[in-house]
Design a protein around this ligand. Structure first.
Ligand SMILES: [Zn+2]
Ligand SMILES: [Zn+2]
Length: 351
């Protein structure tokens, strides 16, 4: 089969690799669609993990082989699969901090080499603990590319549940890329008012289409002042930081009211440093929190939101590329412009 192999900083090689062998309790899935996630870009560009690896963790496809003992799935089933599933028994799982569970941190889907998701290839081996709890059937009539959004929607839904915005709250979402736009859609559904920022005009227009009342370019507008003007001078109740840029957390704090909540979602780089005034948190009684990856408790709800069409995720797809053009897809995603949003890889298309 063909796979896009990460071979070292910034390099991806589309090359033949063996189709993975499955064992008892496992399934083999033919990948029909896999979205490019920002975390894939970071791993490729900043050499976060040693090569070779095959990335891609937003996979949707068809079961083509089932291992001994698998009864839940059959050949021909259309599925999505999560690459991380927690043990549900350890200290962190008991606190519902699934992303901190040691089992969760093990990647349970591979196309070869050190398991890394494998979705940027034609076939993936889904390991037994993922088959048990991390696979969802795609209903008839739902496309593979739409289904591939269940994983990113889960990660965003987890953050929205954590923040728990209320009807009448005013919420700022910084960054309106594919993830920021999902936040805009999800927060809007809670009955809160959504304000949004992004530097790309087309993304600002989309944010209004998906529910933002106002959206601004933070480079040319005084976001904190505008947020205060809309909240009787207080500032917004909550901020979702869905982009990483210098000064963005400072802007989140300046835009929020005393006692407000700020959630860091895009700050996944170990080397990124944030400088803040301690008094802005302490004296003004704000809460600064982090949220990372998916929650198995929200898997069924995420699947329902995507499969029902309640979230118009299809509108987020800007490019559908064959595996051979994945490098162009990565460059596009790294340097977004008005025409690029979610980049979908279709591994069964070779050109
Ligand atoms: Zn991701
Ligand atoms: Zn655990």
């Amino acid at each position: 089969m063909m796979a896009a192999v990460y071979t070292g900083q910034g390099h991806i090689s589309v090359e033949p690799v063996p189709v993975p062998q499955i064992g008892p309790g496992e399934i083999l899935v033919r990948v029909e669609a896999c979205g490019i996630c920002h975390t894939d870009l970071k791993k490729v560009e900043h050499d976060l993990l040693p090569p070779p690896r095959i990335y891609g963790h937003e996979s949707a496809g068809v079961v083509v082989q089932v291992g001994e003992g698998v009864t839940k799935y059959r050949t021909g089933d259309r599925v999505i699969a999560f690459h991380h599933i927690p043990c549900k028994k350890c200290f962190y799982c008991s606190k519902k901090l699934y992303a901190q569970c040691e089992t969760y941190k093990r990647v349970g889907i591979t196309a070869g080499f050190e398991p890394a998701g494998g979705g940027f290839s034609q076939y993936i081996r889904v390991m037994d603990w993922i088959v048990r709890d991390g696979v969802e059937l795609i209903p008839e009539g739902v496309s593979f590319e739409v289904a591939s959004f269940v994983e990113p929607v889960n990660t965003c839904l987890k953050a929205v549940v954590e923040m728990n915005p209320q009807p009448g709250d005013v919420v700022l979402v910084q960054g309106q890329g594919p993830i920021g736009l999902l936040f805009t859609m999800l927060v809007k559904r809670t009955g809160a008012t959504v304000l949004a920022t992004d530097a790309i005009p087309e993304r600002l227009a989309l944010s209004r289409k998906f529910g933002a009342s106002e959206s601004w370019d933070p480079r040319t507008e005084d976001v904190a002042r505008l947020c205060k003007a809309l909240t009787e001078g207080r500032g917004v109740d909550q901020v979702f930081v869905a982009a990483s840029a210098k000064g963005i957390v400072d802007q989140a704090i300046a835009s929020s009211r005393p006692g407000g909540k700020i959630l860091l979602f895009a700050q996944t780089s170990d080397t990124e440093r944030i400088e803040l005034s301690g008094a802005d948190i302490c004296k003004l009684e704000r809460t600064l929190l982090g949220c990372y990856s998916a929650s198995v408790d929200l898997q069924a709800e995420s699947a329902r939101l995507v499969f029902s069409g309640d979230l118009p995720v299809e509108d987020l797809v800007s490019h559908r590329l064959p595996l051979s053009e994945i490098r162009e897809g990565i460059v596009l995603a790294l340097h977004p412009d008005g025409k690029s949003l979610k980049i979908m890889v279709q591994p069964q298309r070779l050109s």
